[in-house]
Design a protein around this ligand. Sequence first.
Ligand SMILES: Cc1cc2nc3c(=O)[nH]c(=O)nc-3n(C[C@H](O)[C@H](O)[C@H](O)COP(=O)(O)OP(=O)(O)OC[C@H]3O[C@@H](n4cnc5c(N)ncnc54)[C@H](O)[C@@H]3O)c2cc1C
Length: 404
Amino acid sequence: MLNFNLSDEQVAVQKMVKEFVDNEINPYIRDWDEKGHFESSILRRLADLGLMGVCIPEQYGGSGMDYNTLAIVCEELERGDTAFRTAVSVHTGLNSLTLLQWGTEEQKHKFLVPQAKGEKVGAFGLTEPNAGSDVAAMQTSAVLDGDHYILNGQKTWISLCDVADHFLVFAYTDKSQKHHGISAFIVERTMPGFSSKAIKGKLGIRAGNTGELFFDNVRVPKENLLGKEGEGFKIAMSALDNGRFTVAAGAVGQIRACIEESLKYCHERKTFGKEIGKHQLVQQMLAKMEAGYQMSRLLVFRAGCLKNEGKRNTRETSLAKWQACDFANEAANDAVQIHGAYGFSNEYPVERFLRNSKAPVIYEGTREIHTVMQAEYLLGYREDKQLSNPLPAWPFEQKETIKN
Ligand SMILES: Cc1cc2nc3c(=O)[nH]c(=O)nc-3n(C[C@H](O)[C@H](O)[C@H](O)COP(=O)(O)OP(=O)(O)OC[C@H]3O[C@@H](n4cnc5c(N)ncnc54)[C@H](O)[C@@H]3O)c2cc1C
């Protein structure tokens, strides 16, 4: 039976993150955004609250909650700012859940446990200067030399580039095999030959850290190969199923923030002798936001329910990500419109929402890539099969694990 109610535990998490955002992000975010400052203490505070591994099993250092609780965390965080939701998306969605899905027990013990506890931060390096949507155009290479792979190349537009300790990095081990020649590696910041550099002058997510990674003969031990050689593309796509879910959930929070700010302003501002909320064309913008909010939230929770059941959800997650991010971008545009000229200044947060809402329409599959995917599913050109290493269903089974 369908159940649209949140559990008591989910309501408690929702309240906790909302208060955290209201007290520890919202009072400072305008300043951080203006200065282009990433406030890394927020990640430590999220760790204190058990939110850096909210849906990672307790045996691997996480809080053991379900996948829809991760969505709730992302929704509430993005109500504050996209930067911190993006951090959770890459740390938990793209990195930790991928380790949970594909890692050996040794890899989970060494990398996932400290990440789930928030002692270490994870990131995800797929995109390159000449390879975004077209992943197979990547040039980074990994050549086996004894018991190490030697990595050379560059990644760009990597969230948490200067902050993360561990990076999931994708590189060719056999370029002649195209998609089947890509492998996934766990690269540690401390490895000689690794460096990173933030990108300046971004349109949005200015309170976030995004930039480049460089690999100059980085020696990565064989035990840091995730999955098998040649499984990197499959691993990257499965990681995106989880990352996109968090992006969609965050977009729901962005829409809610647009609604909240617009409602306040509609009651405050008067034109032609009445509150602007009384003008039908303003009401139309609000009504569109509400429709986008409700529809996106349902799509996100449907994808979360499939994850909880351990079912493949690439198609449903792609639809949720595409629609929620588009709705959020439109909602932010309308929120600025409702604020008139005041919306054009950072005296009000809606201009930041508009700038922030653009990146999620681009990252983790652009609007166009998701549009094409949805059409291909309909036409029968694309079909999802169960993965060899599916995301574990929730409630999680207790497994034997290595102890310290
Ligand atoms: C703030 C931010 C954070 C990011 N964080 C990360 C991260 O942590 N890790 C990471 O690996 N990457 C990250 N990215 C990169 C992001 O995933 C890529 O930008 C995205 O995949 C698109 O690639 P591209 O920018 O190279 O655009 P391109 O792939 O070059 O696309 C350019 C345009 O062509 C369109 N297009 C391309 N192919 C098709 C097609 N087949 N059909 C129709 N239209 C098409 C696109 O939709 C787009 O409009 C981030 C990006 C941003 C902006």
